[in-house]
Design a protein around this ligand. Sequence first.
Ligand code: HEC
Ligand code: HEC
Ligand code: HEC
Ligand code: HEC
Length: 400
Amino acid sequence: MLPARGEFALGRAFVEAVAAEYQLPYVVSNLECGTPLPWPAVIERAEGGVHFAIYGVVSGELSVPACRASDPARALAGAPVGDTVVVVLSDQEEAQDLALARAVPAIDFIVVADAASPFRVPEPLPNGGLRLSNGSRGKMLGVLRGELVPGASAWRDAGTRAAKAAEVDSARVRVSEVDKRIREAADDKTRDRLSRQREFWQQRLAKLDAELAAAVEASGPAHRASNELVALGDDVGEHARTYDRVQAVKATMSGATPMAQGMVESGDPPPAYTGAFVGSEACAGCHPAETAQWQGTAHARAWASLEGVKRQFDSDCWRCHATGAFSPEGPGDPRSLGSLVNVGCESCHGAGRDHVLSPGDKPLVANPPTSQCTQCHDKKQDDGRFDEATYRPRVVHSSP
Ligand code: HEC
Ligand code: HEC
Ligand code: HEC
Ligand code: HEC
């Protein structure tokens, strides 16, 4: 395990005490401290005839009093080459991980300590290794299966190429959607804004294209890997004392006890959101038919689904189960949502304040593009269930 930014935020003394109490197998390779840390710089062990060397690499941004993160490539200079499987637990950004793999060819796997959005399908590293995520903040367990193939030096995941191809497709669709909107743009200002969007997607497409090409090129014998993310749901046995604490905090955060809001980190709850998004109730009066139809869809129950699993204040979750949260002018805190809970009208049609005041002058998007859906139906969080052809008819208002 890697003690990283999230752990050290609680203070070095606390992290050391917890690690000692639970005998956590921490490993940190590139943190140099005045008083040395009690953990090894590498864990080596043999399982089933295979040797493993496990390193832990923290980001240069990590700040721990009297400690300094050193160059990870130097810390891994002695990594065993040959048959040993070298695993690096990393708290770095993607670019730094790629640089590390280039500098240390012996690396087989880089496991991302805390991916903001966990990715199930491993990404190829420039040295033939794989970079993968094992979930986010202890809510998932990553299970990596590997099969060593004689004569191979690189690793390959069966799903990587297909997943990369799907990402390329979706970036290409976005570029052509923006192109279409540029052609239809009413004025120069809009055109400028859209051109910047186009540039962003064009660059992303180029990057993905190159990655796909690399994945296709890498042929020949390869070790086989597959990564699975297992959600640690209620069916998984719990550590009783920790479980009770978490339940107590969840209950206060959900407003289930009178102390509720004051318990939340920042002290006072944020003020109710008042901005460009006005909520679906504001549309009902003028669009009764669309409203009635929407109320029958899963989108109108999206918030209840989160409440059902007590995750409505979880920063990993609320944005896709609420309205407007992807927009910079939208709500930024799950406690300030008011009528923006659920996937409301404006999730697809855009912010409605101006339209509500002056419908004739300020039209909304009449037929939202698929890129609007895939902000949330992102092929990751929904396990790839989204299928335009079957999903769209289930939410549009006109009967098929
Ligand atoms: C005061 C009445 C009123 C309210 C409130 C209102 N609309 Fe409208 N809306 C209209 C009218 C009238 C039109 C047709 C405008 C036109 O055809 O020029 C319209 C058109 C639309 C269209 C189709 C646009 C098009 O170009 O065909 C969408 C989408 C829409 N509204 C969504 C919403 C949403 C979402 C809300 C809530 C945020 C909302 N409306 C609130 C009156 C309203
Ligand atoms: C703001 C995020 C968001 C956007 C935008 C969005 N969805 Fe959803 N969608 C969700 C969530 C969350 C659910 C699950 C709701 C629940 O069951 O709690 C869902 C559920 C659905 C379902 C029901 C799936 C099922 O099997 O129950 C369909 C169909 C669907 N969405 C289609 C679409 C389409 C088509 C679009 C674009 C036109 C779209 N969605 C846009 C978040 C979104
Ligand atoms: C990137 C957007 C996104 C995020 C983030 C997100 N969800 Fe969802 N969620 C969806 C979509 C889309 C669906 C509908 C999937 C479908 O049925 O096709 C959904 C469905 C659900 C459902 C109801 C249907 C089901 O599959 O049981 C629950 C419960 C749920 N999500 C809980 C969560 C929790 C808990 C989190 C945080 C760990 C979370 N969601 C984070 C987009 C998201
Ligand atoms: C999941 C995305 C989604 C959500 C949520 C959504 N819409 Fe729509 N809406 C669409 C799509 C797609 C179309 C174009 C296809 C159609 O006409 O049904 C559309 C079309 C419309 C139109 C133009 C209809 C016409 O007949 O020309 C109006 C008005 C509208 N929506 C209002 C609303 C209102 C009001 C809500 C909330 C109660 C809402 N929409 C919620 C996706 C959505």
